[in-house]
Design a protein around this ligand. Sequence first.
Ligand SMILES: Cc1ncc(COP(=O)(O)O)c(C=O)c1O
Length: 374
Amino acid sequence: MTLTVRGLDLPDFPWDSLAPYKARAVAHPGGIVDLSVGTPVDPTPEVVRRALAEAADAPGYPLTVGTTDVRQAVVEWFERRRGVAGLTVDCVLPTIGSKELVAWLPTLLGLGSGDVVGIPAVAYPTYDIGARIAGAASVVAQSLTSLGPLTASTTPKLLWINSPGNPNGQVLGVGHLRKVVQWARQHGVVVASDECYAELDWREGQFGTSTPSILHPDVSGGDHTGLLAVYSLSKQSNLAGYRAAFVAGDPAIVRTILEVRKHAGMIMPTPVQHAMAVALRDDTHVQAQRTAYARRREQLLAAVTRAGLRVDHSEAGLYLWATREEDCWATVSDLADRGILVAPGAFYGAAGARHVRIALTATDERIAAACERL
Ligand SMILES: Cc1ncc(COP(=O)(O)O)c(C=O)c1O
């Protein structure tokens, strides 16, 4: 059944179809190990909680554009953590988590019927939902050549890329990103790069422990025209409950988005703006969180591999993208019988039909239980 609102076709919420498998996993004598969603389980860092409390007296309306302080914190973070210099506060906008921005960006950019949004072959489902909300269509643009010969009506107006990727943990290198930018410029396409796992890269790379950004000078040539980077503190700082995220890049696009958001009341609460500024300036808690996930990943990766699954990509982010070369629902079913709930790859597109996504977001105790059962 699809929900139809004003001619809008929204699919069933995919997680509802996992319910029978969840019931089986819950029945395991040792209890369920739920690795089906990427929701953080570790405490929100003390430094951020304190910042939230400091800003709790907030009788007046916040500005949609955000305080200068929070936007300056984003500018500094890009320079310090991502090697992106030259941004100003006019290039930055706070968002109420990044899911809402992903879901509304096509609408905020004025896309509608007849327009096309490019999305990855296996992708966070909200990229497609955002196209649908705008009345546009989404098309898989795994490689730019996969789009085939382009005409005015088949060229995407907006291209989503996601690195590190959800669900598959793939990191797009500088060379790949540069080609995407060159192609987008040739065709007048806006590129939105969802980088919400950028601080959770398990390799030592060019940028230390952080993933290359679309805004990096080696990618963009120092020109951010037509480019947006989307980032969230949900994962790096255990702030999913705060709804703390931002978009940054081309100041002209940011201004357009801001104008619509002002009218629509899409405003980050004042205490969250302050908490986000403080979180962005504190690298210590991010390092501690990264260490915790690295440990869980190492244990789970070894156990999953020992159990006969092959893990593809997964070089960054919070998931293992694993396959037993069978239909994903068969793997989901088998793991549910062992009390472990994972997400079927089919949730992320037809290309994921033979993989499952195994999240690292569980306590050390639950990860140990999963390893034992595997
Ligand atoms: C790729 C990707 N983008 C965006 C989000 C949304 O994050 P949030 O709304 O918590 O900022 C998620 C959450 O899992 C995600 O995996």
